[in-house]
Design a protein around this ligand. Structure first.
Ligand code: ZN
Length: 384
């Protein structure tokens, strides 16, 4: 029998091996983000275990950033690095355990279906080949990767540029929330589909500003929640700095330059097994106009996709006490506009579960495509 080996020296790879001596008792620790204490993301390759019954224990699962994230959670697994399925997983409040007997001598395990940096570059490249898309490098990350913005509109439609609504979609401020970039991929595919009537109307009447990955350094490093300097980018919007949070600095500067009529910020939630949105109800500037827009948006999204729901979500805080370092709150307050944080599950949608794959990249793409409908529904009322 080959001896076991675990590797994670690849894009977004992350795990710590404690013991590989006994295939029935492989001991692992979930690794922290490179410059902070958040730990939840893992992604590694197990070698040499073809037809060997293996039991893996994640010893420190109970000390991770979101221990409740392991309740009802199942590890994702792939033998071809393309198709990911769920494995039966146990969590006793401290240790998470998974048993498998791989058919192949190399099998990948991860917290969620990865979205690689190469795929990110391919996504930008393929979008930029459309005549409706212009690509702009806003600046660099802490480690010098590109902060890329896609500006998307129909250049020759009748509506004057100044009258077109400015629609922003940003994703992956928290880099381990890969479903957020799958969401963007589905969104862009539909928006650039010349046969889609909703997309055609939107491209005639809007300018879209899309940042597919707000945190490329954290993504490549296999971080859950922070950039290479240890900053949680979704707490940097009040006063970003070029040293600690250049990713937010550049995007925020562009927003101030061109304006925002609607903002969507895509995330994943470790705990709740649902898709939902969180709005700006607790910001000082929240008003009846925004409330009516938010209702119309949610009503339309409910009709567009059974994967979206409004019964489960975050509890509301107290009015006027919102944390204005959070992107959605800062944007909503700054621009007096409709702004949502979109949350997708790491686990599954409990209303429409898929036992084989759980929530995954493909389903995130479908949800991303579906959000064009509520954007269309509120379009005429976005600006005062
Ligand atoms: Zn997040």
């Amino acid at each position: 029998m080959n001896s076991l080996h675990i590797s994670c020296s690849f894009d977004a790879g992350a795990i710590e091996v404690v013991s590989l001596a006994d295939p029935q008792d492989v001991r692992l620790n979930i690794r922290r983000d490179n410059a902070s204490d958040f730990a939840q993301w893992f992604y590694f390759c197990l070698h040499g275990a073809a037809n060997v019954p293996v039991r893996l224990s994640f010893l420190n699962a109970g000390q991770s950033a979101y221990p409740k994230g392991w309740e009802g959670y199942r590890v994702v697994c792939s033998t071809d690095h393309q198709n990911w399925v769920r494995l039966a997983t146990e969590f006793d409040g401290q240790v998470m355990r998974v048993a498998l007997m791989p058919e192949s001598n190399s099998v990948y395990l991860a917290y969620f279906e990865p979205f690689s940096h190469e795929r990110h570059l391919d996504l930008i490249g393929s979008a930029a080949s459309s005549e409706h898309v212009s690509l702009q490098r806003l600046g660099g990350t802490v480690e010098g990767r590109d902060m890329t913005l896609l500006r998307i509109t129909h250049a020759s439609s009748a509506m004057p540029m100044a009258l077109r609504k400015k629609i922003w979609l940003i994703a992956r401020q928290h880099p381990g929330e890969t479903m957020a970039e799958w969401f963007v991929e589905g969104f862009l595919e539909r928006l650039l589909d010349e046969a889609d009537p909703v997309a055609r109307v939107l491209l005639d009447q809007c300018v879209f500003y899309v940042v597919p990955n707000m945190n490329p350094d954290g993504a490549v490093r296999g971080n859950l929640r922070t950039n290479a300097a240890g900053a949680n980018l979704n707490r940097e919007w009040a006063a970003p700095s070029l040293e600690k949070s250049p990713e937010v600095y550049w995007v925020r500067q562009k927003m101030l330059e061109v304006g925002v009529d609607l903002s969507l910020d895509a995330h994943g939630d470790e705990g709740l097994p649902y898709n939902f949105v969180a709005g700006t109800e607790d910001t000082p500037g929240y008003n009846s106009r925004i409330a009516a827009l938010a209702e119309a948006f949610k009503t339309s999204w409910l009709a567009a996709s059974p994967d979206f729901q409004t019964r489960h979500g975050y509890p509301r805080g107290r009015h006027g006490e919102a944390n204005l370092t959070v992107a959605t709150n800062w944007i909503g307050q700054q621009f007096d506009c409709l702004a949502f944080t979109i949350e997708m599950p790491f686990k599954d949608n409990a209303d429409l579960p898929d036992p084989h794959v759980g929530w995954n990249g493909d389903r995130s793409k479908k949800l991303g495509a579906s959000v064009l409908q509520p954007v269309l529904a509120v379009l005429d009322k976005l600006r005062v």
